[in-house]
Design a protein around this ligand. Structure first.
Ligand SMILES: [Zn+2]
Length: 332
C-alpha cells in the first residue's frame, strides 16, 4: 500500500513537473534563452574557433539591432543575420534562395546547419553554421579573428567592440552578465540630479553629456558594469578619467577623479562594483589642474550603433541601480 502511494505521489510530481516544463517552453525565461544561446555557441565552436568569438559577434549584432531603424531585428534565439548578397550570392536572381545547389552556383555563403537540405536564414542553426564557417576560414589566432571582422564589418570601432565582448565572455566563462552597480557606495554622502543638457562651465559651448554625482574628495568610484578598461589618463576636460566598454556597445566615462585604483590598467576586465578610482576635482586645464569646481564624479554613457557613438542620459540608469542596491541591502 505504501509503495502504491509512493508511486502515485511520484507520478503526480512527475506530471506536475512535466506540465510546468511545457508551460515554460511557451514563454522561456531570460535564463532559458541564455542557455539556448550558449548551446548554439558551443555547438558551432571548434578547436580553432572558441565559443566566445561566436557569442561576441552574436551579441554585437543584437546590440545594433536594438538601436538601429535601418536594420531589421532578427526573430530567434541568436541575432546574427546576413544580407541577401552574402547569403545567396550577388548575381543570384532569387534573393530569398534556400537551395544549396544554386547558392553554391552563385557563390553565396548560405549554409545548412541543421542538415534539412536547405540554407534558411530564419533557422538559427543555419546562420550559426554560416558564421562559424566564415570565421573558421581565417585561422585560429586573435589576429585572424580581427582580419575576419575587418573584412566583414570594415570598421575598427566595430572590431574593438566585438573583441571587448569576447574578452569579457572569455574571462567570466558565461554570457549571463547583466548585473550592474551604482558607482558610489551607498553609505557615503552624495547627491545627484538630472543635469542632462545643462551648459558647461569650461571649454566653450558644450552640452553637459552626463550626470554629476557630488561627493567628498576621496570617496571610492566603482565600475557600474562588466567591461574592459579602454582608456585611462589625463584629459583637459575630464582630468584623470577612465573609460570602460561593456558588452552592450556602451562606453562608460568616469571623470574628474583624484586618482585611480593602482591595481587597474588599460585592457583589464572588470566586474560591476570594482573600485576604479576616487572622487576628485581634476580637469578644466592642463595636467594636474585641480580644484576649479567642487569634487564630483562626472559619469557619462556613450552608445555605439555600428556607425557612430552618441551620448545618452545615464540618470535613469543611475536611479535604477541605486534602488536595486538599496533593495538588495534591505533583504540581506
Ligand atoms: Zn559633469
Amino acid at each position: 500500500m505504501l509503495r502504491l502511494i509512493t508511486l502515485i505521489s511520484s507520478l503526480s510530481a512527475f506530471l506536475f513537473l512535466y506540465s510546468s516544463e511545457v508551460m515554460a517552453a511557451e514563454e522561456p525565461t531570460r535564463e532559458q534563452i541564455l542557455e539556448m544561446r550558449m548551446d548554439y555557441y558551443i555547438k558551432y565552436s571548434s578547436v580553432t574557433l572558441p565559443w566566445y568569438y561566436l557569442a561576441a559577434v552574436d551579441q554585437y549584432e543584437r546590440n545594433i539591432q536594438q538601436v538601429r531603424n535601418d536594420i531589421p531585428t532578427r526573430e530567434g534565439v541568436v541575432a546574427i543575420q546576413f544580407s541577401d548578397d552574402y547569403w545567396t550570392g550577388i548575381l543570384n536572381p532569387e534573393m530569398n534562395d534556400i537551395d544549396i545547389t544554386s547558392i553554391v552556383l552563385f557563390d553565396g555563403n548560405g549554409a545548412d546547419g541543421n542538415k534539412d537540405g536547405y540554407a534558411d536564414r530564419n533557422n538559427d542553426d543555419d546562420v550559426m553554421y554560416a558564421m562559424s564557417e566564415y570565421l573558421s576560414r581565417y585561422g585560429p589566432t586573435e589576429k585572424d579573428f580581427k582580419r575576419a571582422l575587418k573584412d566583414y564589418y570594415h570598421k575598427d570601432e566595430t572590431i574593438r567592440q566585438i573583441l571587448t565582448i569576447a574578452k569579457i565572455y572569455k574571462e567570466f566563462e558565461t554570457i549571463n552578465l547583466d548585473k550592474n552597480a551604482f558607482p558610489l557606495a551607498l553609505q557615503h554622502n552624495y547627491s545627484y540630479r538630472s543635469t542632462w543638457g545643462d551648459r558647461r562651465g569650461w571649454g566653450g559651448r558644450r552640452m553637459h553629456e552626463g550626470t554629476d554625482l557630488f561627493a567628498s574628495h576621496g570617496v571610492p568610484v566603482k565600475s557600474t558594469t562588466y567591461g574592459m578598461v579602454e582608456t585611462m589618463g589625463w584629459n583637459d576636460y575630464g582630468g584623470w578619467r577612465i573609460g570602460i566598454r561593456d558588452m552592450h556597445n556602451n562606453y562608460h566615462y568616469y571623470a574628474h577623479l583624484a586618482n585611480y585604483n593602482k591595481g587597474i590598467k588599460e585592457g583589464d576586465i572588470l566586474e560591476p562594483g570594482t573600485v576604479i578610482g576616487f572622487v576628485g576635482s581634476t580637469g578644466y586645464g592642463k595636467k594636474w589642474t585641480s580644484g576649479k569646481f567642487p569634487p564630483h564624479l562626472h559619469y557619462g554613457i556613450y552608445k555605439y550603433n555600428g556607425r557612430i557613438e552618441w551620448a545618452y542620459d545615464p540618470f535613469p540608469s543611475l536611479k535604477r541601480w541605486e534602488q536595486e542596491e538599496r533593495k538588495a541591502k534591505k533583504s540581506k
